[in-house]
Design a binder for this molecule. Structure first.
Ligand code: SF4
Length: 297
């Protein structure tokens, strides 16, 4: 592991901040005029979903619901409908619940304090830190998948981080944060951007990387990953895929849907029933008649 000097003087800072300044993507939740609500919505949507898929949904969402109050005034089912095919649709319900809590507890303004953000439905430590940093310019340790991978490679010298965030990673993230608050916030998003654009999981572009000369993994000859097996996301034939198909039928309908329309999109009876039961339990669908279903009201 390379040495970590404290605060604002670490050798990774200058080249990475300069690279970010020249190469950052222009994303709507990063503009000067982006509201904290826009940032919060983006963080919900970006969990496990690529930027390209989030962009159109985020834009339509903000146009329709420019404030938490606008979203909270509509039924949760409308949030599920507008979520479209982003996946993991429980996030839509949680975002609606967060908007409701913001209206009820914070006069409709996204709170700035990490503890207040953390208390919102669907907001975990990562999202609270990200919103505090990116919407309010605070000095926060922000550890998403991309940041963890960059730190693992550049500083720790291994190809991938562990399966869950460790204490050592938090300490490392804190030690690497620039002292100055706005610079710290930029640093957090810069590391994230490097992981998304250059230090990608499968094909890191080391020859064009701004911190290549300081990278421990690269210096060690890019040794192969030797940790526990990494999770591989499967999709085809899973309950997740089945739930997605059923939900698409409900979302695309103007009113309640008969059971037969659900049967038409998934042949395996046991899996279909299990998935439908899951949607009902999660509040993503409602049974409105003996054999009819709809988005939640
Ligand atoms: S040199 Fe390669 S492995 Fe190291 S941080 Fe840059 S892209 Fe990642």
């Amino acid at each position: 592991m390379s040495d970590i000097s404290a605060g604002s003087t670490h050798r990774l800072h200058e080249p990475l901040l300069r690279w970010y300044d020249a190469n950052a993507r222009e994303l709507p939740w990063r503009t000067e005029s982006a509201t904290p609500w826009s940032v919060l919505v983006s963080e919900f949507m970006l969990q496990q979903t690529p930027v390209a898929r989030v962009l159109p949904v985020h834009e339509a969402w903000l146009r329709r619901w420019p404030t938490p109050a606008a979203l909270a005034a509509e039924p949760p089912g409308e949030a599920v409908r507008a979520w479209g095919r982003l996946g993991y649709p429980r996030r839509a319900l949680r975002l609606h619940a967060a908007a409701t809590a913001i209206v009820e507890q914070h006069d409709g303004e996204v709170p700035a304090a990490h503890a207040d953000l953390l208390a919102l439905p669907g907001v975990g430590d990562y999202t609270a830190s990200a919103v505090a940093a990116f919407a309010f310019g605070q000095r926060q340790v922000v550890l998403d998948t991309n940041v963890r991978r960059v730190f693992a490679r550049a500083v720790t010298g291994v190809e991938f981080p562990g399966t869950s965030v460790s204490r050592a990673e938090r300490d490392l993230g804190a030690a690497l944060l620039p002292d100055d608050e706005p610079t710290a916030a930029t640093w957090s998003v810069a590391v994230m951007e490097l992981g998304a654009l250059v230090c990608t999981a499968a094909t890191p572009a080391c020859p064009t990387c701004p911190i290549a000369t300081a990278c421990a993994w690269s210096a060690a000859g890019r040794p192969a990953y030797a940790g526990p097996p990494r999770k591989v996301q499967t999709w085809a034939g899973t309950d997740r895929q089945c739930r997605g198909r059923l939900l698409a039928v409900l979302r695309d309908a103007d009113g309640p849907v008969h059971r037969s329309a659900l049967e038409a999109v998934w042949a395996d009876v046991a899996q279909r029933e299990r998935s439908l039961a899951g949607l009902l339990t999660d509040g993503l669908a409602a049974q409105v008649g003996p054999d009819t279903f709809a988005l939640p009201g």
